[in-house]
Design a protein around this ligand. Structure first.
Ligand code: SAH
Ligand code: MG
Length: 208
């Protein structure tokens, strides 16, 4: 751990460290340090209490958010059974079951009325990159006015900006979808969006 990140106390939690190692060993794409630190700051600055996360993976980001404050409640959606089981295990190990509700389903199939919370202060979109516009339009009705949508991986390892030309057809298709989402978001008049060259590329959209 670097000098500076050691100063952030939440990273000194042994179980959080274990999750980081697990993610690294199993190639689980958890939120990168800069993005996580930014999101943690946003949650604190805006007194965010209700969070919806699309893409739980092993429950790393949701655990970090829940540990900020006991009043924070999170609904998080995961479609992969292995990830779901791993997240359940981790959240129980941390004793965060009362704060984090994991929904095992494809986010695009989730019935909005089954979500535990009826309004969110923040929605964190971190699942299949080709579906971002669909996730956004589906869940934005649950975001309060002034609420934030945080989208991760919008530069996709820099390839969204600078593709080498040697990408596979599938990868190119995904890069096109991310670019389309970025354009759409930039032109979406219902939100005020800032794109940040942080981590793997982040957008912060505030609902007007
Ligand atoms: N937010 C996590 C990382 C999520 S990785 C963290 O930072 O710790 C992305 C996850 O989204 C993967 O586990 C993947 O299985 C899940 N996912 C992808 N598409 C999905 C969908 N349509 N519905 C639900 N989960 C999805
Ligand atoms: Mg991500």
């Amino acid at each position: 751990m670097t000098y500076f990140s050691a100063l952030n106390k939440y990273k000194n939690n042994d179980y959080i460290k274990y999750m980081e190692e697990y993610a690294s060993n199993h190639k689980v794409p958890i939120l990168k340090e800069e993005g996580l630190d930014l999101l943690v700051s946003i949650i604190k600055m805006n007194n965010v209490k209700n969070i919806l996360e699309i893409g739980t993976a092993i429950g790393y980001s949701s655990s970090v958010f829940a540990l900020i404050n006991k009043d924070i409640r999170i609904d998080t959606i995961e479609r992969d059974e292995l990830m779901y089981q791993e997240a359940l295990k981790n959240i129980n190990a941390l004793g965060l079951e009362s704060q984090i509700n994991i929904i095992f389903e494809d986010a695009l199939n989730v019935d909005l009325s089954t979500l535990k919370l009826d309004q969110y202060d923040l929605i964190f979109i971190d699942a299949a990159k080709s579906q971002y516009t669909n996730f956004f339009t589906k869940f934005e009705v649950k975001l309060r006015k002034g609420g934030i949508i945080f989208s991760d991986n919008l530069l996709f390892h820099g390839l969204v900006e600078n593709a080498s030309g040697k990408e596979s057809r599938n990868l190119n298709q995904m890069l096109r979808k991310i670019r389309a989402y970025n354009e759409w978001l930039s032109n979406n008049e219902a939100y005020d969006t800032t794109f940040l060259r942080i981590g793997d590329g982040i957008a912060i959209s505030i609902k007007k």
